[in-house]
Design a protein around this ligand. Sequence first.
Ligand code: GLA
Length: 991
Amino acid sequence: MGHRGDNANSLYRSNSFSSLGPGRSQLQSFRSVHFNAQQRRFDLLCRTCQYSFRVDEHGWLEHLYWGVRLQPDDDLDFLRHTNISLPFDPIPEKAETFKPHIFVVSDILKRQSRDSNRNTWKAATMMQRHHYNEEASRLENACWRLLAMKQRRLLREREMAEGEGPQMNTTAFIPMTEDERALLFEEAVAKLMNDIADTRLKAASAKKDAWEVREPGAVKQQGEEQTSMSRIPPGLERVGRNTKLLEFSDYGTGDYRIPSFRVMYADGSHISPMLYKTHRVMLGVVPMGCGMPIVGDEFSVQTDAATLIVTLADPFTDLEVDLHYTVYEDFDIIVRRTVIRNKAPRGAGGVTVLKLASATVDFESDAYHFLHLPGEWAAERQVTVQPIVEGYRGVDSRRGTSSHQHNPFAVIARGDTPPEEDRGEVYGFALMYSGNHRIEVEKTETGRVRLNIGINPDHFSWSLASGGSLESPECIMAYSSDGLTYMSQQLHKLIRTHVIPQEFRGNWVCPILLNTWEAFYFQQTHDNIMQIAKEAKEIGVELLVVDDGWFGRRDDEYTSLGDWDVDFRKLPKGLKALVDEVNGLGLKFGIWVEPEMISVQSKLYEAKPEWALGQAGKSRSEGRNQLVLDFTRKDVRDYIYRKLEAILMSANIEYVKWDCNRHLTEVYSRQLSPAKQGEVFHRYVLGVYEVFRMLRARFPHVIIENCAGGGGRFDVAMLKYSPQIWCSDNTDALSRIRIQYGTSLAYPISAIGSHVSTVPNHQTFRHTPLKTRFVVALCGTFGYELDLTKEISAVEKEQLKAMNRLRTRLAPIIFQGDFYRLWNPFDSSSSVAAWMFVTPDRLKALVFAFISFKKSPGRYLPRLRLRGLDPDEKYTVSELVPTTIRRITSVQFAEDPHRPVYQFGKPTIEISGKALLNCGLPIKLEFDGDSCLFEITAHTHIASTQVVLPPGGASSPVLNKRKSRDGPGTTLLALLEEQEIPRSVSSRAVV
Ligand code: GLA
């Protein structure tokens, strides 16, 4: 690995901007980050959208535009003329403190932040320790080697200087102070990063639009032409911060809107103007020093993303802020984060950070709607849309987890009507954080709207000693000019390809599982587990998950959390014997744990009461009769990790359900000083991430399913560790339609934990037809949560077998297809829902429609217009699970389990894509809980996969034996067998 002479110190080769060529020297570009030096403007170019901001005459970052891609030569300077000077708009006396050295590009090249070195190093070593990663461990080794070489060279030089000549003992080291050592170490890191940057450069130039490296001298000359900037150009009004669109709003300097951050200095001052200082660009993503999860793979060469880091500085203090923008060129997504740093010399006094947003986005004056996902236990992520009106609005969590109540996701949609699925500009924000968050929106007198998103500033303070820094979580910002569907599809794809663990990406589909919770609750015994396992195997289940109750003396909710040892009363042969027996049947084995919790009735609490959050001698609250472990403590984390490791090492466990069944109260750590108590909420989350990270690193192939009393911690950060999340404790299919629909706004369907459960449902006591329970669960990870030994008839067992086969066949379309929402169950005028999945090649699709409550018998549903299909294709529409309820007179229904009822009178019809898109499918959903499922296959696809139908038709031996048990709407699930082959194959004349 080579590096270039002068630039040997340069941290990242990619810091340099290349010129776009003669005559356009003002434009510097590095992949998707463009810098127009003359206008001091940054353009971040995504797949179809553009995000632009500039450094204004004061040194503030003025936001200009976020929308569809403009012409490359569009001069956005005119946008500055939108600002109007208002009488009550405070303006700084003068812009004297802003030193416009930004255009001396060599500064950018030379910018060697000690902090970045330190952070990179910290992140590298941390990853190396907790996450096996070849690049990270090579980095560490190489750094040590470089350091050793450097020390030896120094020793030799010293010896030569002292006239002793080189000694033979080349392994000797000279004694060094901590600081000297740190300095050398940083140099070693810098050199190494430079080499890595070289490798990245090579990878980058192998791709189209590779960037060219210019000699610093040449670039410097061009840059030096651009230094006059602290002048307000003629014709422009002087406006203050309060009315400008800003990228990052400081506190106390004239912007009265909700600020992006707030600090308190040792002298009691909160005032901190933040002015542009410098910027740099890197290929790929930048790891977090604190170990928080990020989008992308921290230590791999990721050539589809570039990160712009703009550094702001308070000219009066030593405080700096880095704004990170990672641009994904194949997506309409920018990932933002903020880092705040106290660069004061040692002993100069600390700073307390009271607020730090991950992103601030100011929207120009217009009508907007705000969409967010409030909810509660058993009714998570209920889509709510309101117009944004003057004033302030915040949605947040103060519960220590991202919460059932307010998901860390929101949308701002332009327009005076609610956002639509297929048109209109929408801006989605997903915070990658699992703790207290806040999304705040403010519309001011100018009609402009600000959104801040980040850690909740309530009960938050973070002391930054000199040299210290604090990183915000990342915020994923998605843009769509075509409504909500495209926004969601972008988020789904980004999460599937850049967030969930590598092992579960691509074509991976999770196994069909059976979870024992609703079958046995706390009464899990070796015998009943084995009985259900045998039944599960018979119907085609692939993974058996033993839920709560297998450890300590866990007979109810009052006891044993923390005592992660097998309860031999229930599992007399132990865990390994159970797992082996389950494996022996051909099933994988999974287990439930709740690592963050402690029961007062437990051995752990007896031994370590101080490990629970809370202040000694004061009252504290219990949630689900349990306390929360203080995950800010390393001893607690180490203990819990060792326990989990021991469980996973003790047997062949391939799945873990990590639960968290209460929110935090009395948040106080007995190990932290009084000054650091404001850090407990955030440190808790960092602690949880650490244990997850260690677990992932140690057991990369174990599937972790995250859960928090159902879907109380459904956020992008958790998806970094667990490819799937239990979506809700409510397994009722009709409730699930709304919950899963809301969840789909931000999160991929492949991540939505969904199970078929028994009737009456345990949470709602509702009877829903098995068909509908099946099709709803199909739109997620898919599994079961019922007692197969008692709650299923012989006929139903056959149906479940067919269902599982069907799921296996359809899962790739559900996991990897593009998701389209068609009918909105939150639309107050209806109680129907519909959605569909389309493969990227548009050759296959699945369409689902449901009705939860039939309001009026005579009212027709609209035809279901499909989306995403090729208008020029011919498709076969096959109804996969017909119903058995028919209308026998105009006032009467009857069920005939022997006669399937198809929506179109027959199992398949053939229609053009154009007709499906424009006329739509006529759908009849006749009774509460009715549903239908269509498979749509393009004839091009059929032609390439032609199969011959076996003889036989709709009559099935299973069907004739069928005993109706699952209430009205019982369907001919046995027919699934025949439905698995496209019906139209034998009549393909239409191709
Ligand atoms: C939570 C989960 C359930 C189940 C129980 C066990 O409520 O959401 O699925 O695991 O805990 O106690």
